[in-house]
Design a protein around this ligand. Structure first.
Ligand SMILES: Cc1cc2nc3c(=O)[nH]c(=O)nc-3n(C[C@H](O)[C@H](O)[C@H](O)COP(=O)(O)OP(=O)(O)OC[C@H]3O[C@@H](n4cnc5c(N)ncnc54)[C@H](O)[C@@H]3O)c2cc1C
Length: 593
């Protein structure tokens, strides 16, 4: 890739990405596909036939499945070989996460173990800590949990009250406090625990083995969904943690927590898409079998709409996830080439794309909710039956909007991390916003009308970026440092950014497909056009809401005209496009994009 082509985190808003430089799921190589297939086979053989044993939390069962996953290498796909892993790329890890996302509540158990359970030690542990714990976690002999949340400290995680006090002989920290909602706690052997030493303002992380004593695990929470995922409160009562088990730096815990969550957010999006694909496959099959009024319901336009829309939204999220994952991988590789160690490079790569990670988390989790909700609807009464797969999928989906940072917190983060980059001089948003403000004063140039489908879509994306820059720039100017008091406006701007990023990701994917694929991609073009059509209207609506909330008079009129001009679009027969997409799904009898 040439230097000018390298897109840094957040730059999607101000720069054009070239299709040839994005990674698309159609480019997985043979080895990656093999790993993906291995994950699917594991679900088919080990999870689906035993779903009731998992869901009833049969003693030791999920733990034994994690051990089996460990034997197959599924717990160490991206872990360096020196610790028993396969040492594969971030993108390959994402593919495995996506595939395993279809494992209902086991998906949460495995991703908590390999993600928030294992990664704090891998990324922040010293060599001794990594040597001691990572091979055990990769093999599945030991299981891991992450203890950040407390009854009084959820979204505001740094406000936790758990305390760590050095023992008189200076050999131990005595940890006392209460953690709640801890995934895998029912069977974990090792916990990353966040606590404050003495009167520190910020958290410190500790590696805590269950065998250290002073730990009480309270019975399993009764939850709405993911019933097979263990979730407990964990009490620490003067738990004796050797000083050498302090992880990273004193008061460095909050940074660890945030950086681990960045990785978790991208992964959650991948898992959500894996779960969505399973729901779509069930939806297609049911719609093709269930007959009413003498025809299978898949013949009805109302049902075709649902099937197509499920597939369009999943395609959208999927395109964005792998685009971003490859960006992270590229950033990581270039830092490794510059001498950085692999783990720091992965963290730094993800940190650079923190805004995109939050976008993916919100979009992926909301797509899954939509897909599961419409899945229930396609099943009708059977969708409400605990005997059919939709009811579980619907209940399991909901948690994704809550953990790894609620979607509200992630929406705030999107704007916050872009503005922080601007303040650090890493992203020149305001200069681009000023250029748009200037353009508003000029008469639009309609002479350069091009009818090519991709040229039109590229032009539309460019205009959507201008809308966002116009509104974001204006909001920053008006509220300055008080912008965070205007959450409704931030939510509007975030929603616009999410739609833009995802719509552009589809455009880039389909443009690249056109470059590399010889086969017909007319339905992918349909998907692109429908998504762009909807996202343009959504961006118009969010933009209007934002402008009406803080701009007045002549300035409002001028900006409303700009909004109209930048979100203008041609008529397009969305009904026929969705029908073509749905017909293809019905013909293939599975999600096939
Ligand atoms: C099944 C499950 C598994 C979990 N697993 C783990 C785990 O393994 N380890 C762990 O440490 N934690 C875990 N969690 C905790 C999870 O991360 C928290 O529930 C989540 O961060 C939200 O915190 P909270 O529940 O305290 O909600 P709150 O923070 O009280 O939020 C309540 C509502 O207020 C909103 N809100 C909060 N602050 C703001 C703000 N500043 N601006 C606008 N809106 C705001 C939120 O978006 C939400 O809508 C798990 C939770 C569940 C339910």
């Amino acid at each position: 890739m040439e230097n000018d082509d390298v897109i840094k985190g957040g730059e999607f808003l101000i720069k054009e990405t070239k299709a040839k430089n994005v990674f698309i799921p159609e480019e997985f190589d043979e080895e990656q596909q093999m790993i993906g297939d291995m994950c699917l086979e594991f679900i088919t053989k080990e999870i689906l036939p035993n779903i009731n044993r998992i869901e009833t939390l049969e003693d030791g069962y999920t733990a034994s499945l994690l051990e089996k996953a460990g034997e197959l290498g599924l717990l160490g796909i991206t872990i360096p070989e020196e610790f028993g892993g396969f040492g594969k790329s971030f993108v390959t890890g994402m593919l495995a996460t996506e595939r395993l996302g279809g494992a209902y509540s086991f998906a949460v158990s495995i991703s908590a173990h390999t993600g928030i359970g294992t990664l704090p030690i891998l990324y922040y542990g010293n060599q001794h800590q990594k040597n001691k714990y990572i091979p055990k976690l990769v093999s599945g002999k030991w299981k891991a949990s992450y203890c950040l949340t407390e009854p009084g400290a959820g979204s505001d995680a740094n406000s936790g009250k758990t305390k760590a006090v050095l023992s008189d002989d200076g050999k131990y920290y005595l940890i006392t406090g209460q953690k709640m909602w801890i995934t895998n706690a029912g069977f974990s052997d090792v916990f990353t625990v966040f606590a404050k030493i003495d009167d520190d303002k910020s958290l410190t992380a500790f590696i805590v083995e269950k065998s250290f004593g002073g730990i009480t695990i309270i019975e399993e929470e009764k939850k709405m969904g993911i019933k097979g995922s263990s979730t407990c409160q964990v009490f620490f009562n003067e738990c004796k943690v050797p000083v050498e088990n302090l992880l990273g730096d004193r008061q460095g815990g909050f940074k660890i927590a945030l950086n681990i969550l960045n990785v978790g957010r991208i992964k959650l999006a991948g898992a959500a898409i894996g779960a969505s694909k399973r729901v779509i496959n069930h939806s297609i099959k049911y719609a093709s079998e269930r007959e009413q009024f003498g025809k299978t319901i898949s013949n009805y336009g109302a049902i075709k709409y649902k099937l197509a829309e499920q597939a369009i939204r999943v395609y959208a999220s999927n395109s964005a996830i792998y685009r971003c994952s490859q960006n992270v991988e590229d950033a990581r590789e270039s830092m490794i080439a510059g001498g950085m160690d692999k783990e720091t490079a992965t963290l730094e790569g993800v940190r650079q794309f923190a805004a995109e990670a939050a976008i993916l988390k919100v979009h992926g989790s909301e797509v899954l909710d939509y897909v599961a909700d419409e899945g229930v609807q396609i099943y009708g009464g059977m969708g409400y039956s605990a005997e059919a797969p939709m009811e579980r999928a619907y209940r399991d989906a909901r948690i994704n909007r809550i953990f790894e940072g609620t979607n509200e917190i992630n929406r705030l983060l999107i704007v916050d991390s872009l503005l922080k980059k601007e303040m650090k001089g890493e992203l020149d948003l305001m200069k681009s916003a000023q250029a748009v403000a200037k353009e508003l004063m000029t008469i639009p140039d309609f002479s350069n009308v091009n009818n090519g489908v991709f040229t039109k879509a590229h032009d539309q994306i460019k205009r959507l970026k201008k809308v966002i820059l116009m509104i974001l720039g204006s909001a920053v100017q008006k509220f300055m440092l008080n912008l965070d008091e205007e959450q409704e406006i931030i939510m509007n701007i975030s929603d616009m950014i999410i739609e833009l990023y995802v719509a552009e990701s589809i455009l880039l994917r389909v443009s690249k497909l056109e470059l590399i694929e010889k086969k017909n991609i007319s339905e992918q073009i349909d998907i692109m056009n429908v998504y762009l059509y909807d996202s343009t209207d959504k961006i118009n609506k969010y933009g209007r809401d934002a402008l009406n909330s803080f701009v007045e008079g002549d300035e409002l009129r001028m900006m409303q005209m700009g909004l109209k001009r930048f979100t203008k679009q041609e008529s397009f027969n969305v009904k026929e496009a969705r029908r073509r997409i749905a017909n293809h799904l019905i013909k293939e009898q599975k999600y096939c994009y």
